[in-house]
Each structure stands twice: as structure tokens, then as C-alpha cells.
Design a protein around this ligand. Structure first.
Ligand code: AMP
Length: 113
């Protein structure tokens, strides 16, 4: 997979507002927030999108979702939140590195745009 802005963030080449880090995961504030709390949770492993994940990534994907939950608790989203994973062109994905959006601190509407 080719390098992305998230690859640069993982290597520390671009500063972010870091919220959480462990050996497999980074979480940082979205630069263009769509809610009062908008955090991105990404794997350090370069996987371009959910469609590119394989059975080898099964444990990592579970770890990422549990990291989403941990981060949401850490920032106090006790009343709920939305988790979004845009996949590919029609999914509206703009950065080709797998990531989960955590959106919260406001009531979300449905359907999404
Ligand atoms: P997506 O459209 O699902 O691919 O989401 C990519 C997200 O990355 C968007 O919400 C952008 O605002 C966010 N983003 C892009 N560059 C940065 C950056 N340098 N720091 C934080 N968030 C970023």
C-alpha cells in the first residue's frame, strides 16, 4: 500500500493531538471535526481499507474496536457515540489507511449523508 498522511502521523512526521496509543493503535483528534468530539482510531499496520483486511487481521480488528470503546470511555462519551468506517470511493473514504471515526457529544441523525 502507498504512503498516506496517516503513515506520516504514525512515523511522527506530522504532529497530531494524540488521545491514545498502544503497540498496535493510535487515536488522535480529527483535524476537521464533524462533532464536538471527533477522534480517529487507526492501526499502526498499513491496511488501506476494511476491504483489504484479511483473516490475519482478525485479532487486530477486534483490538481496534475495543480501542474505540476504550477511547470513547476515556473522553467521557457515556451517553453514546457513533462509530464510522468509510470504505472506498462510495463509502466516502478520503485517506487510504483504515480508520474508525468516533463522533460524539451531540445527537446524531440518521440516515447519514
Ligand atoms: P475519511 O474521509 O473517512 O477517509 O476520513 C479521513 C479523515 O482524516 C477526515 O475526517 C479528515 O479530516 C482527517 N484528517 C486528514 N488529515 C488529518 C490530519 N493531519 N490530522 C487529523 N485528521 C486528519
Amino acid at each position: 500500500m502507498s504512503d498516506t498522511i496517516f503513515g506520516k502521523i504514525i512515523r511522527g512526521e506530522i504532529p497530531v493531538d494524540l488521545v491514545y496509543e498502544d503497540d498496535l493503535t493510535l487515536a488522535f483528534k480529527d483535524i476537521n471535526p464533524q462533532a464536538p468530539i471527533h477522534i480517529l482510531v487507526i492501526p499502526k499496520k498499513p491496511i488501506s481499507k476494511l476491504d483489504e483486511a484479511t483473516i490475519e487481521d482478525q485479532a487486530l480488528l477486534g483490538h481496534l474496536l475495543l480501542s474505540v470503546k476504550k477511547v470513547a470511555q476515556q473522553v467521557g462519551l457515556s451517553n453514546g457515540y457513533r462509530v464510522v468506517c468509510n470504505n472506498g470511493v462510495d463509502g466516502g473514504q478520503t485517506v487510504d489507511h483504515l480508520h474508525f471515526h468516533i463522533l460524539g457529544d451531540r445527537l446524531m441523525s440518521w440516515p447519514p449523508g
